[in-house]
Design a protein around this ligand. Sequence first.
Ligand code: ZN
Length: 280
Amino acid sequence: MNSKLTSRLFRAALPLLLLASFTAGATALPKESRVPGGIALVPVPGSSDLAPTVQFNAYRVAVVRRDDQWVAVVGIPLAEKPGELKLKVSTPSGTTEVPFRISDKIYRTQHLTIKDQRKVEPDPDDLKRISAETKRSDAALSKFTATEAPALQLISPVEGVRSDSYGSRRVFNGQPRNPHSGMDIAAAKGTPIRSPAAGTVVEAGDFFFNGNTLYIDHGDGLVTMYCHLDTIKVKLGDRVAQGDLLGTVGATGRVTGPHLHWGVALNRAMVDPALFIGAK
Ligand code: ZN
């Protein structure tokens, strides 16, 4: 075999070699970023054959086995202040606190103009509806369905232009509102939205701010949400596989144009979805 052919074969095989070395590792984990809205990978005690139970802010946290060590995969709420935080770790021999530190992150401010002023200043009936919907949303996002092996990696749910506006402070028609807790992906109305991982549809409906919305429970405290859909193609209780059609991109609810708002909750904290899908 001549050297030119050898090098060509090597180049052809290289992606396969890289893929093999990537998948041969332990559980694929999201990227660590110890800031508000980020994720901390914190080593925790426990015997080799039994995972400890870990809690953060009273929510249960996913735990994976990596390099002969238990690691808590902790979602950090956007509202958390920089400094020391504590995990509660329970094993058969007792409960201990494991501290970890986060640093600050400055998110920018975004000014947006919404044509429908009621979507910025809801009337009393709207407020009743919003309060009921917030309870449903919170119940879906708080789910912790324990699995044998946590699957904490996602693929992007839609082809489109990703904004990096996660975390930005938002001002709608001059009025400050909650910070942006997800990723916006701009795409034409009707673009298919696919499940980023296997899971179960745990909530679906037409919500005041979020329009047609879906929630998927992937297990171990990882729950994803999809807002402003034009159509929903699954129903409550459906099991979906990675890549299955969930619905289509739309412009329902409080929007400035068609896009998918994609939220990712980890132990109830809405974290930056970009940490799960790698660089742009
Ligand atoms: Zn959004």
